[in-house]
Design a protein around this ligand. Sequence first.
Ligand code: NCD
Length: 335
Amino acid sequence: MIDFTGSHILSVNQLDRDAIATIFSTANTMLPYAQRRKRTKVLDGAILGNMFFEASTRTRVSFGSAFNLLGGFVRETTGISSSALSKGESLFDTARVLSSYADVIAMRHPDSGSVAEFAQGSLVPVINGGDGSNEHPTQALLDLYTIEKELAANVQSIDNMHIAMVGDLKFGRTVHSLSKLLAQYKNITFSLISPKELAMPDGIISIIENAGHRVIITDVLEGSLNADILYLTRIQEERFPSPEEANKYRGQFRLNQQIYTQHCKSNTVIMHPLPRDSREEANELDVDMNLNPNLAIFRQVENGVLIRMALFALTLGVADQVQQHESEVNWFSHK
Ligand code: NCD
């Protein structure tokens, strides 16, 4: 198993089942702090460099909140145009510089492999917040954590489940990382539903198949709506040559309450890494699903904070000291 303290978290390939179990059990211990029942100052004085060179809302803010919830400070930069990368600075130099200001760095960048390249220049642990269409390990971990909890509530397990992944499986990095993590479990049926042009990369399909799972590849949603987990994704328009190219694929796999009632199991769990594209022409996950108790998208968001807190505590070597630095919450909290 990976020795977390001081390690970069760049790819789910670094994480075996023991490592996943360690992250999940650490995430469970973070609940009182995330829910503001207690506070902790275990990272008092530590600085997170939150470096997002590509659009982000959830991932960036939840990394920042997770660090704050452990008592640390956050320094942030957003966008390539507002950083020295636009002046021709290499990722190595940028990393060497930024890592001298911080104790850990969370980083997102539009190019595959860029976060690993950045990590080579970094003096401190780097956590991949998404590198192009390659990987998104923290999202995959929060998705897996969510799947485990949602299925447990239905007295089911990840082993033997049926998951349908829907949408842009070519450019969607969340489904790449999640598939690799799931491949470590047993006897899963994967329905991979996408336009042919946006199919799951062969390399990921091989990993799933070589691990002994069943793979169904289709461009029709209807036959797979009775899965245990329905994981919808957005057309990743920023990775297409033009918005018009992306438009060709929008709106092909819509889900609303009427379709759910007609085709899904009564407890099919609906997931989406967000943002969902709610523009009329896409409307991939209708807002009329918001009242459906099996819609897990906002539980995914909450779980993301726990997972990111866990990764900070583990990479900075304080996972067993969090409680020691605990105090009361003084302010009103609705959580
Ligand atoms: C995803 C991403 O950035 O890869 N979003 C996220 O991190 N929650 C998915 C997406 O942008 O569609």
